[in-house]
Write a new protein. Structure first.
Length: 325
């Protein structure tokens, strides 16, 4: 299902890496769309759930239904690569404001992406959707634009309709407080919606780091290059990057690395415990199986002995069992 959808979405570019590069399945105008931050992956909330964030008002470049679907494919793939999206699930936050481009909330633009998420194209369990309307004072504006936008989304994903929460408030603080009640802290929400997550710092750093990561993952250089030369280039690159980074950025980078190492250790420890539990269960079930085999053999012996006693009793009375039969 994943590859079928990927071919439908990207066409002849489907087998290229889905990454932020001109040599990938994403085209340059679609990379420019991702750069606007209108779709982004937020930090995990208090329950460890990654957040798919959508703010149509930030979509300030030309777009089509197809290009928006490809961008959504890229973001959903990033979320599904996180183990937490399968264990505790992911959530979505969609923000609507009167500054959204004209016609951008039409159902045709999100139809394919919604269908892919609903049908399980990605190994991700969607727990809830939060739809936020900020600064809408007019009931007419709310009823004509915001309510139809919400209904269009729910109509295509009925099973999630009971887990969709709508937040309407004239002030950013109100939206922030409403989201906090559902375990979404301000650090997981952009400043444009009352949170502390910044597009100028956090998103910019994420976008740059993502490009560098994908270059190393998909275009690591000439295959004939020796490991020592690769190591030398990486060290040079790292030194160059360090010289361009401020002390605050270096501290943030080191903190992310420590957290990644911590998550990796926790993952290995969890896997070790799961294996031990399964091994213990295997031994327990084997012991139970052996005990049941012994009991079965004992019962079969009793049954044979009982049949022989019955036969002896019948023979003593001169009864022919064939006639009785």
């Amino acid at each position: 299902m994943y590859w079928k959808s990927r071919r439908e979405v990207f066409g002849e570019r489907a087998f290229l890496p889905v990454a932020l590069s001109r040599n990938s399945a994403l085209k340059e105008d679609e990379i420019a769309m991702v750069r606007t931050g209108y779709m982004a992956v937020m930090p995990e909330d208090d329950r460890g759930r990654p957040i798919y964030f959508l703010d149509i008002s930030r979509l300030t470049v030309p777009f089509t239904a197809e290009s928006r679907t490809r961008c959504a494919f890229y973001i959903m793939q990033l979320i599904s690569e996180r183990e937490s999206s399968r264990n505790v699930g992911a959530i979505g936050i969609a923000v609507y404001s009167k500054n959204a481009p004209k016609g951008s909330t039409d159902a045709k633009y999100g139809q394919k992406a919604t269908d892919m998420a609903r049908d399980g194209v990605f190994p991700c369990h969607w727990r809830a959707i939060h739809v936020c309307a900020v600064g809408i004072k007019s009931n007419t504006l709310r009823d004509q634009y915001f309510v139809p936008f919400t209904l269009q989304m729910l109509r295509r994903w009925k099973s999630l309709s009971l887990r969709t929460v709508v937040h309407v408030d004239e002030k950013l603080e109100g939206i922030r407080c409403r989201l906090s009640k559902y375990g979404i802290p301000p650090s997981c929400v952009p400043t444009t919606v009352g949170g502390t997550w910044s597009y100028d710092t956090e998103f910019k750093n994420w976008f740059t780091e993502r490009i560098e990561y994908e270059k190393d993952a998909y275009w690591s250089g000439d295959a004939t290059e020796t490991s020592s030369s690769k190591t030398h280039k990486v060290s040079q690159k790292q030194s160059h990057n360090d010289s361009l980074m401020s002390e605050e950025e270096k501290v943030a980078r080191d903190k992310r690395r420590k957290m990644d190492a911590l998550y990796a250790r926790r993952k290995r420890e969890r896997q070790r415990i799961e294996i031990e539990v399964l091994q213990e269960q295997c031994v327990e079930y084997n012991n139970k199986n052996s005990a049941l085999d012994k009991q079965n053999k004992w019962l079969e012996g009793l049954l044979r002995h009982a049949n022989s006693l019955v036969q002896i009793h019948l023979d003593g009375r001169g009864i022919d069992m064939r006639k009785v039969g």
